[in-house]
Each structure stands twice: as C-alpha cells, then as structure tokens.
Design a binder for this molecule. Structure first.
Ligand SMILES: NC(=O)C1=CN([C@@H]2O[C@H](COP(=O)(O)OP(=O)(O)OC[C@H]3O[C@@H](n4cnc5c(N)ncnc54)[C@H](OP(=O)(O)O)[C@@H]3O)[C@@H](O)[C@H]2O)C=CC1
Ligand SMILES: Nc1nc(=O)c2c([nH]1)NC[C@@H]1CN(c3ccc(C(=O)N[C@@H](CCC(=O)O)C(=O)O)cc3)C=[N+]21
Length: 297
C-alpha cells in the first residue's frame, strides 16, 4: 500500500480560525470583568487595496467580540490633524488598539505618526518602544504579520532552533521584525534585500524561507533547497488576460514539488495577520488594565 503524501499546504485560514477561537474565549472572559476590547483603524486617503484588508478586519473583529471602529480621512489631511486624532484616541479609555494603515500620503511623516501612538495601544508593534523591546527579546506588542508567520512555522515544524532562515526583504513592517522573531526562536538568520549579492545562492541554503518582497513570483524552485519550508508573505495583484488575481512572491506551482511545506496566496499569511491583530488588541486591553495608560494618568 502507498503511504499517503505528506500535507504540504500550510492552511493559514484554518490556523487563523484557531487563533480567533482562542481570542474569542478570552474576550468573553474579559467582558465578564467589565472590559470590552476595542480596536480603532485610521485610514488616510483612498487606496483600493486597503478596502479588502479593512473589510476582513471588521468581519474578524465582529466574530471574536471585539468592538471595531474606523476613521476614514481624506488624502489631503494634514499631519497635525492626524496627530490630533491620535491624541484623542490615546486618551479614550474605550479604545484599546490603534492601527494607522500604511503607507501614509507622502506629505505625512510616518515615523512621527507612529511615535504618537501610545505604545500600550500600538497593536501593530511599530512604535520605537515596542520595536526596541522586540529587539531586546522582551515580550511586547509584536507586528502581526511576522507573529502570524512564526505561529505557522511552529505549527508546521515544532522547534525551529538551529534552523537556517533566510528572510527576503528588510521592511519595518515585515522583514526586520520577522528576523528578530526568528533570532529569538534561536534560528540562524540571514536577511537579504534588493542590494544583496548572491540572493539565489543564499536562499538555496535555507531550511526556512520567508519571502516579503512585493515582486510577483520572484522565488522559484531553483532558489530552494529540497525540503525547505516556505512562508510567502507577498500579496501582489496581477492581471492575466482578462482576469486579475493575487499571487505571492513565490512561484507556488514551481516550488510545490520541491518543498516540505508552503503557504498559499491568498489563504496563507494574510488571514494570520488579521488574527494576530485581534490577539494584539486583546493583549493591549490587558496591558492597559494592568497599568493605566501614561497618556491619561
Ligand atoms: N500577508 C500579509 O499579511 C502582508 C503582506 N504584505 C505584502 O508583503 C510584501 C512585502 O511588503 P513590505 O515589506 O511592506 O514591502 P516593502 O516594499 O516595504 O519592502 C520590500 C523589501 O523587499 C526588498 N526587495 C525589493 N525587490 C527585491 C528584489 N528584486 N530582490 C530582493 N529584495 C528585494 C526591498 O529591498 P530594499 O530594502 O533594498 O528596498 C525591501 O527590503 C508585499 O507584497 C506586501 O503586499 C505586507 C504586509 C502584510
Ligand atoms: N499599519 C499597517 N499594518 C499592516 O499590517 C498593514 C498595513 N498597515 N498596510 C497594508 C499591509 C497589507 N496587509 C494585509 C493584511 C491581510 C491581508 C489579507 O487578509 N489577505 C487575505 C485576503 C486577500 C484578498 O482576498 O484580497 C489573504 O491573503 O488570504 C492582506 C494584506 C496588512 N498591512
């Protein structure tokens, strides 16, 4: 009799559903103590790609009992008025999580805006206090996408200590925090980017590849060691003939026969990002319960 082929597809939707179920139970528990966790999303301008993201966030929040609110501001909103809104949200005790959707319009200084968010409400983990805490290995609010990728890796591989992980991309949102988390989990970490020489050769040495580039199907089978585990963060909209669809940074069809496991796009990392946003909102509500937030004391 043939042994069944190992399951290669990492099901991000199912993993996200498990995280959301945990969050839902803990939210219900928190409500019995009189606290209703709330998430506020701030959108500046009208980027069509962000609509799907926002719609999914609203649905998932509803599903696990988190109150979600949105502020949609016009693209010509001044930095001062955005900072004013963040000040109000920091002072509002019913708002436990604040997410300012990136990228912001060019006339707004992104760092200034992220630094204005109360670190205890920073559910994206982008404030310097949280970025620094992560790099020190402290247990702080951690960026959702890399946290979701780590959960997928742990579910699929168990202990990853000693593995060689190659992260393609060095953004503040994905690449850098991903590298920090892998290092915290005792991996040997290589970060490559647009100026790296021998990109493909470095990638071929990896037990774990995390692709966060934004280049459709950049990574194919030729870049991968047989048996590697591939986490594809990329979400790229492409048009093929009449149709438009989403593809990752990895050429899924080419990679599949060679890898031990791989995330699909869609249905891989994306749902985990949103699940961890909910988890972070719950964590933020707990942190504020433990220590009254500095902006209102
Ligand atoms: N699934 C999810 O939940 C999420 C998905 N995304 C998706 O992930 C992808 C990456 O996002 P993000 O990190 O914000 O993107 P950025 O554009 O901020 O960063 C991309 C990184 O990739 C590097 N890069 C670009 N081209 C190449 C190349 N040809 N070879 C090697 N490295 C290259 C850049 O290098 P350099 O620094 O030198 O410019 C940069 O470090 C996008 O497709 C985005 O849509 C993002 C967030 C969440
Ligand atoms: N402050 C901030 N934090 C972010 O985390 C952030 C951001 N800004 N700006 C934009 C990027 C992108 N991002 C996505 C998250 C989930 C999906 C997602 O749910 N994707 C689904 C559905 C995709 C679809 O069907 O369109 C999937 O991959 O299966 C997509 C994209 C978070 N980002």
């Amino acid at each position: 009799m043939n042994t069944p082929a190992p399951i290669k597809l990492i099901d991000g939707k199912a993993a996200a559903a498990r995280v959301l179920a945990e969050v839902k139970a803990q939210v219900a528990d928190m409500k019995t103590q009189g606290i209703a966790p709330g998430l506020t999303v701030v959108l500046v301008g009208d980027d069509p790609a962000s609509h799907v993201y926002v719609r999914n966030k609203v649905l998932r929040a509803e599903e696990c009992g988190i109150q979600s609110r949105e502020h949609r501001l016009p693209a010509d909103t001044s930095e001062a008025s955005l900072l004013g809104l963040i000040g109000e949200l920091n002072a509002d005790a019913s708002v436990h999580g604040i997410l300012v959707q990136l990228p912001l319009p060019g006339h707004i200084n992104e760092t200034r805006v992220l630094q204005a968010i109360d670190p205890l409400k920073d559910v994206d983990g982008f404030h310097a206090e949280n970025v620094g805490g992560l790099s020190q290995g402290r247990d702080v609010l951690t960026p959702c996408t890399p946290a979701g990728c780590m959960r997928l890796l742990e579910d699929c591989m168990g202990d990853i200590s000693g593995k060689h992980a190659v992260v393609i991309g060095r953004s503040n949102i994905v690449g850098k925090p991903m590298a920090a988390l892998l290092l915290k989990a005792h991996c040997t970490v290589t970060v490559v980017h647009s100026r790296s020489a021998n990109l493909k050769e470095l990638c071929r040495q990896a037990d774990i590849v995390v692709a966060a580039v934004g280049r459709p199907r950049l990574v194919d089978a030729d870049w991968l060691k047989p048996g590697a585990v591939v986490i594809d963060v990329g979400i790229n909209r492409i048009t093929e003939g009449e149709r438009s669809r989403l593809v990752g940074d990895v050429d899924f069809d080419s990679a599949l026969p060679k890898v031990a496991a791989i995330t699909p796009v869609p249905g891989g990392v994306g749902p985990m990002t949103i699940a961890f946003l909910m988890k972070n909102t719950l964590t933020a509500a707990r942190l504020q319960q433990e220590a009254p937030c500095p902006s209102i004391s």
